[in-house]
Design a protein around this ligand. Sequence first.
Ligand SMILES: Nc1ncnc2c1ncn2[C@@H]1O[C@H](COP(=O)(O)OP(=O)(O)OP(=O)(O)O)[C@@H](O)[C@H]1O
Ligand code: SF4
Ligand SMILES: [Mg+2]
Length: 327
Amino acid sequence: MGTLLEIRDLKVSFDTEEGKVEALDGVNLKVKEGEFHALIGETGCGKTVTGLTILGLLDNNAKIENGQVIYKGIDLLKLTEKQLQQQIRGKEITMIFQDPSTSLDPIFTIEEQMLEALENELELTKEEKLKIITEELRKVKLPDVEELLKKYPHQLSGGMKQRVMIAMMLSCRPSLLIADEPTTALDVSTQAQFLKILEDLKRETKITAIYITHNLAVVSEICDTVSVMYAGRIVETASLKEIFLNPQHPYTYKLLHSVLGIETDIEQLQEIPGSVPKLINPPSGCRFHPRCEEAKDICKTKIPKLQEISDGHFVACHKRVMEWTKC
Ligand SMILES: Nc1ncnc2c1ncn2[C@@H]1O[C@H](COP(=O)(O)OP(=O)(O)OP(=O)(O)O)[C@@H](O)[C@H]1O
Ligand code: SF4
Ligand SMILES: [Mg+2]
C-alpha cells in the first residue's frame, strides 16, 4: 500500500492571552492508501488540531511554525485558501465532526446543501447531481429519500443528520475521510448502525480514513493502524494488533491497561497518574516524563524521536528505543 498522506515534523501553536499554546510539536504521521488509521489520546493532545491543519481550517490565532503535510505529492500547507477550497476540501479530503448539527445549515434544505457540496462539479447537470445525491443517501440506508431531500436539518434526528453528512461527503468522492469523534453525539444503537455503514464503505469504496476517537472498542473494530498522541506529539504508531498486543510506549501501555477490557472510553480511564500537561510551557524533553514511572534523567532533557523498532512499529521513547537497539 502506498502512502496517501504524510505529515512531517508539524508544529502548530496558538496565541492566547495566557501565552503561546504549543499544540502540535513535531507531529509525524503516515497514512497508507485504503487504511483506517486511528488517532487516539486523552483530551487536548492535539487530535482535532491535526485534522484541522490538514484541511487548512485552523482558527485565526493559529500559527504553523514548521512542517509539511504531503498529500498525493503536494504540500497542502503551501496551497492558498482558494486552492484548498477548489481542489482539496470536499473533493479530495473531507472531515466529519462530532456534532452534525454544526455542519448542517439550519436555513437550507438537505437538497440545497447537498447540491451546494457539489458546486465545483461544473461538468455535471443538476439532474446528474441529484442522481448521485439520491444514490448516496440510499447507500447510508436513509428511507424516503425524495421526501428527506425537502426537509430542513431540524426535522431530522441526530443519527439521520450524521448519515446525511456521510452521504454528502461520499457524493464528493473524496480519497481521504477525517472523522473526528463521529459517533459521540449518537445513541448506542445509532452508533452501531453508523459503524456498520463505515465498515461497508471501507469494503466497497476502499476509502482511506483518519479516525479520531476516544473509544478503543471502535478502534479495535474498524481500524487497521493506530497512532497514539500525547501532548502534541505522536508517541507510538503500529498495526492494530501490535498496539493492542505489544504496546511499547509507557503511555500506550497505560491507556490500554488502566482498565480491564477495552470497553471503556479513554476519558473514563482513571489510573494514569497526574494529568495531561498544559501546552503553555509544556514539560521539557519527553512530555510524558512527569507521569512516567520509567523516566530517567535523559527523559527530562531530550525529546525522544519517533523511531521504527520493528516492521511498521514506531515508538518515541528513550527507554524502548535503547532496549531495542541493544537486541
Ligand atoms: N483556537 C485555539 N486557541 C488556543 N488553543 C487552542 C485552540 N484550538 C485548540 N487549542 C489547544 O490545542 C490543544 C489541542 O487541542 P485539540 O482540540 O486538538 O485536542 P483533542 O486531542 O482533539 O482533544 P479532545 O479529545 O478533547 O477533542 C489543546 O491544548 C487546546 O486547548
Ligand atoms: S522517554 Fe522516558 S519519560 Fe518518556 S515515555 Fe519513555 S521512559 Fe517514559
Ligand atoms: Mg478533538
